[in-house]
Design a protein. Structure first.
Length: 750
């Protein structure tokens, strides 16, 4: 109220804080001429230049000034045993301005002095090990999350001394009750110089957007949480309503460096995935802006992958009634079973479904249904010229629009550069004019442009294309998509409307009624939005109803190994969901678009899911990469599996005893011969030396099985019939037997 009186984010006062050293050289106990006798130095009273000297000052445009004087005993001069003191000074840069206009500006100032000193760090220990130092970090179980610091003072035998900083961050632990950091109960007391439960000010309305104090908190999201497909949210609450803390959430993302240099750069980096509306208006000034309109910020976000996440707190506006802004923070996740409601019903039919919402935050929850409507269109724009600025479309947005997505794509010249400008018809005259407002632009060095406007105002939007680089006339597509969320859904009811008491579980009962006038193929969309009384909107459950009389089984997911040994059983876990009417569908699996290796009828009620385990033996007769196509009557998914050579060998040649009986004559030959398995050709070849010739007999493999280090096969020859084979002892021995041929031998080394 005293710093920015009229609320325009420009200060009416300009306080200056200074610290001076005073050495009472003459021993008279005074350092200034107190002409008015009030015991306080008031400008323009004279001071003794030989005794008073400034050490440090702060004049940032802020309602709090902070100075740190380290080692004051070193900074204040020692002169012949004279008494030494620190003097705190206050001034105001604007005083002369107000005095010139005979304006009196009075405001209250609180002065706080904090003393600090080095103490032993309870977490860090060190000991000398030869010519190196071993540093140990021991974090007790109840250590509060946040950034901690220490220093090692190292001294060598020659008196040399060095200080080594130690910084470490204790992460918050995410449990079934969420993760917590900061204070449990908000109090104005600041406990430490760097406090993990309070933010300092460091505000300066004449600087840059990074001004303001920051805090950093990490937490880990494990695989078991990711599998729930949750929405996470960070809730930060602080003491003083006129302060504002911006929240930034960083999530793990595999970038180029992590992908190709993971041994150096680590498995992932962290990128911002959600954050507060900055409210930045320039010069280090931020507007007061929270998404709850209270001294709390709630940021929801979707997890990217298992790993380490980070919450950054940035104090952008400071109340000034305390010397620091205490806060308390929470990380929670919320999910539902099922994640989405999808089903198919004929016109006029009814269906009931149950949805359970589970959260790690205890709150009173309520549900609201919104009907989702999508309005989209594609327009082909032709012959845009170099430097031409053309009005290409007018898009009309109605009430309740959530976003307006505008896209330029599919240019006839891929190297062309087209820019997009979007104006809002602010004056309502219906045509482009000087009264319109530029609400978005996309200026990439390509012809692919996109402008996304969230919560667009109802009215007309004029879309312009600028031919920034068009070596010849360019054609391209203009696409717009408008998503509406209407607060009434006549075909969907929800019970109960709220939990009525604090809980972490919310069981919903849905009743869906397809309108009588619905037509085959129509799609009805809605969204069930879950609100917490404390946290606001947290979660959205999509509801999709397809008007149909036939089952439509969608393949949600397929889990299969990336590689196997040739002959191993291929195990698949297939997740199916029927988004059509109740009925039967046929699940089929085809290898390499040639051979059907699996077929089974599946019965599924509408909207229900099923997990199916499939075990496929003898699915590939040759090594290499094979494609498996999983199909239902409605959906198709392809997976690729690489089959490796058995035992990792490059050849399979065996020498041993062979017995061959001729089917026509019944004569039998016993001799030394060879068996060679050719995996790439799916053949087994026997070489039988005779008196006058060498006989080569080829068998085509029809069946393979590998398990426990034993490779079995079946193979056929038109003349000699079927044989059964076995390669074992890590490929060192081989055996084959049939009606007319038997072989037993050992591996032939190089």
């Amino acid at each position: 109220e005293q710093f920015d009186i009229n609320g325009d984010y420009y200060a009416e006062i300009a306080p200056v804080l200074s610290v001076h050293e005073w050495v009472d050289i003459n021993g008279d106990g005074v350092w200034f001429n107190d002409t008015n006798g009030n015991g306080i130095y008031d400008y323009p009273e004279e001071w003794q230049d030989s005794e008073i000297n400034i050490i440090m000052y702060d004049y940032s445009e802020s309602n709090i000034q902070e100075l740190t004087v380290g080692y004051p005993d070193m900074k204040v001069d020692k002169v012949n045993g004279a008494e030494r003191r620190l003097v705190v000074g206050l001034a105001d840069f604007s005083a002369a301005y107000y005095a010139y206009y005979n304006i009196t500006m009075l405001y209250n100032v609180t002065i706080e002095v904090q003393l600090y000193k080095k103490v032993d760090n309870p977490h860090v220990s060190a000991k000398v090990q030869g010519d190196s130092i071993e540093v140990s970090l021991n974090i007790p179980r109840r250590t509060k999350p946040g950034l901690y610091y220490a220093m090692l003072k190292v001294r060598n035998a020659h008196g040399g001394e060095a200080t080594v900083p130690v910084l470490y961050n204790v992460k918050a632990v995410l449990t079934f009750r969420g993760a917590h950091f900061g204070e449990k109960v908000l109090t104005p007391k600041v406990k430490e110089l760097y406090d993990n439960e309070a933010l300092g000010a460091d505000i300066d309305w004449w600087w840059r957007p990074e001004v303001g104090d920051w805090r950093f908190f990490f937490f880990e999201v494990p695989e078991r949480v990711i599998l729930k497909a949750p929405t996470l949210f960070a809730a930060i609450d602080w003491l003083n309503n006129k302060s504002d803390i911006n929240v930034h959430v960083l999530a793990p993302v595999v970038d180029e460096f992590s992908q190709y240099y993971s041994e150096i750069m680590g498995p992932y980096t962290l990128e911002v995935v959600a954050e507060s509306d900055w409210g930045y208006i320039g010069g280090g000034r931020f507007m007061w802006k929270t998404n709850t309109n209270t001294s709390m910020e709630v940021i929801t976000f979707e997890p990217t992958m298992p790993g380490l996440y980070e919450v950054l707190l940035h104090n952008v506006l400071f109340d000034g009634s305390t010397t620091a802004e205490p806060f308390k923070g929470e990380i929670h996740y919320i999910y539902s079973k099922p994640r989405t409601v999808e089903l198919g019903l004929p016109p006029g039919e009814k269906a009931r479904r149950r949805v359970r919402v589970i959260s790690t935050a205890t709150d009173i929850y309520r549900a609201e249904a919104y009907e989702i409507l999508i309005n989209s269109s594609t327009i082909r724009v032709e012959d845009l010229l170099q430097d031409e600025f053309r009005w290409v479309a007018t898009v009309v947005v109605e009430e309740n629009a959530e976003y307006l997505d505008l896209i330029f794509t599919n240019p006839s010249i891929p190297t062309a550069d087209i820019d997009m400008y979007v104006y809002y018809d602010a004056d309502g005259d219906g045509v482009p004019s000087d009264g319109d407002i530029l609400v978005g632009s996309s200026l990439t060095p390509t012809a692919i442009e996109e402008v996304l406007i969230t919560n667009p105002e109802p009215g007309k939007y004029f879309v312009f294309a600028h031919g920034y680089s068009c070596p010849e006339p360019v054609d391209f597509d203009f696409i717009y998509v408008i998503r509406y969320a209407l607060p009434e859904v006549p075909w969907l009811t929800i019970q109960p409307e709220s939990t009525k008491r604090p809980t972490r579980r919310y069981d919903l009962r849905l009743e869906i009624t397809v309108p009588e006038d619905a037509e085959e193929g129509d799609i009805y969309r809605a969204e069930i939005r879950i609100f917490g009384e404390t946290y606001g909107l947290l979660y959205k459950i999509p509801v999709v109803v397809l008007v149909t009389g036939e089952p439509k089984v969608k393949i949600i997911d397929v889990e299969a190994p990336e590689s196997l040994v040739l002959g191993e059983t291929l195990k698949m876990l297939i997740k199916l969901k029927n988004i059509g009417a109740t009925g039967k569908a046929t699940l089929k699996i085809t290898r390499d678009d040639t051979e059907e290796v699996y077929s089974r009828p599946i019965y599924l009620p509408s909207g229900y899911e099923r997990r199916l385990r499939v075990y496929l033996r003898n699915v590939a007769l040759t090594p290499g990469l094979h494609k498996f196509t999983i199909t239902t009557d409605y959906d198709t998914v392809e997976v690729y599996v690489y089959f490796d050579y058995p035992f990792g060998l490059v050849k399979y040649l065996y020498e041993g005893k062979i017995r061959l009986t001729e089917p026509e004559t019944g004569s039998t030959i016993r001799t030394e011969g060879y068996m060679e398995y050719l995996p790439d050709e799916a053949k087994v070849v026997f070489t039988v030396p005779l008196e006058n010739e060498t006989k080569i007999i080829e068998f085509n493999i029809t069946w393979l099985y590998y398990s426990g280090g034993r490779f079995r096969f079946k193979a056929e020859n038109e003349k000699y019939g079927l044989i059964f084979g076995l390669i074992y002892r890590d490929g060192f021995k081989a055996y084959a037997t049939g009606r007319y041929l038997k072989f037993y031998g050992k591996y032939v080394e190089e």
